[in-house]
Design a protein around this ligand. Sequence first.
Ligand code: CP
Ligand code: NVA
Length: 309
Amino acid sequence: MPDLFDIDDFTPHDYARVVELALADPVTRVLEGQGVALLFEKPSARTRNSSEMAAFALGAHPVYIQGTEVGLDTRESVEDIARTLGCYHRIVCARVFDHDVLARMAFALEASEFDVPVINLLSDRAHPCQAVADMLTLREIMGDLAGEVLAYIGDANNMCRSLAKAAMMEGMHFRVASPAGYSFSAEDLASLHALSAAYGRGGTVNCTTDPIEAAGGADALYTDVWTSMGQEEEKAERLAAFAGFTVDDALLDVAEPGVLVLHCLPAHRGEEIAASVLEGSHSVVWKQAAHRQTAMRGILAWSVEEDRP
Ligand code: CP
Ligand code: NVA
């Protein structure tokens, strides 16, 4: 089954097809009468609502399940939960703490009578559905993204990793400015270089510890929280480490005059982004949030397509 753990699971054909299905009008009800499981180990506003509404638009019945309710590896094993959900649902979507749980679910489903796709709704390593929505947002405004400069200021986290991969697939120049110790690993960089080569669109990635250097001449600026879900005990340490990495008016001043400002949300005004920037004329954060639903329609519809090259 075509599982989606991170955005680089898409071949170039898959990615093009997801975008095509996301923007399809009218929407084809390819999931008529079927179930879509939405399992959340962490809180969510956008992902839950956009996924429910996307499933509904495709004709499905979405079922929201809290992690505590099914007890992953406490009430029963992850594998047994996955196989149970596979009995009732055409797609299993999950937001998990540990990325490896997604592979365990997919492995258990593959070995079962009900081999259904597993879609990552955010893990500690990746947030592919958000990255698709972000690319739809940028494409809607900028058109072809090849050669555009996307600067990410902050923690090279799950969001940043999926976004950087999406940028490589689009042929963008991705810059990331993070404090020492919070940037991409050598392994992350190697996989980004390999992805750029595979897509052949000229995508590049550069890391710095200087937000001004990253933002200089950028066409788009992106940030995310400094403390992700699951890292709450590191909050004080992170607040200190990220001082000076706020996306504020001084950073906008060195970017392109028409720079777009993106944030996956939830936002912490005064920490990773100034309120004036989040609410200002460069901000496209609500278009991003809206595209979560568009993106999810594409991802869900793609995951159940029978014919794929
Ligand atoms: N951007 C995002 O994933 O938001 P939620 O955590 O509210 O789903
Ligand atoms: N990096 C954030 C993204 C939230 C949508 C987190 O994992 O909490």
